[in-house]
Design a binder for this molecule. Structure first.
Ligand code: COA
Length: 177
């Protein structure tokens, strides 16, 4: 899902008004741009973001400031276990990071999908992406969920120089692996 982002963080000095909503097809181009600007995420084809907004809006979310998307989460419910929401990508524009936007998007997405049977959130993170690991750990802690890492995709499973992708699990203790 990612390469390494900056691990440093400066506390924001001003509050900003953020709206959260499901994406529409019209957001696809902007999502691609945010992913590309992150310089960290794997940038998939523009088509994949437009298609994602078309086919997976209920498991995805956009954060907007002054009517312009500044962050997104894309996800899907796993076919072999629809009670699991698999988060594919999370990104927030550099100039609005540190305002809790990524955390809020994940909580809102989890809340929305819990109402239709989702109990667990999974994602994959490369070993050096501490920011992303902390983001998901914080979400797990605030929701009282177990937070666990497991091996998933090793570097040898990718045809290029992609880093390994570890599976991170956020789920209630009662769920057996
Ligand atoms: C990672 C990213 C999405 C965080 O967005 P954000 O809106 O700034 O995150 P939030 O303000 O909601 O922070 C949520 C939690 O993550 C932690 N966190 C976020 N970025 C961090 C960083 N660089 N270093 C350490 N902790 C970080 C925060 O401390 C916060 O924890 P808390 O709730 O205990 O206070 C953003 O930096 C980004 O888009 N990075 C590039 C893309 C990427 O790496 N995406 C993640 C993997 S797909």
């Amino acid at each position: 899902m990612v390469m390494s982002p900056s691990q440093t963080r400066t506390a924001p000095t001003t509050a900003i008004a953020v709206d959260y909503r499901q994406p529409t097809v019209e957001d696809g181009a902007r999502l691609w741009e945010i992913a590309s600007d992150s310089k960290v995420l794997d940038v998939n084809s523009s088509y994949s973001y437009v298609l994602w907004c078309h086919d997976f809006p209920t498991t995805s979310i956009v954060a907007e400031v002054d009517g312009r998307p500044v962050g997104f989460v894309t996800g899907y419910r796993r076919q072999t276990d629809p009670s699991t929401l698999m988060v594919w990508q999370v990104a927030v524009d550099d100039d609005v990071r540190g305002h809790g936007i990524a955390g809020t998007m994940l909580h809102r997405l989890f809340d929305r999908n819990q109402r239709s049977g989702v109990v667990a959130m999974h994602t994959t993170i490369s070993p050096d992406n501490v920011a992303s690991q902390r983001l998901f750990e914080s979400v797990a802690q605030r929701r009282g969920l177990r937070f666990e890492r497991r091996d998933l995709f090793g570097a040898g499973q990718f045809p290029d120089s992609h880093e390994p992708e570890d599976l991170y699990i956020l789920e209630p203790d009662l769920i057996e692996p």
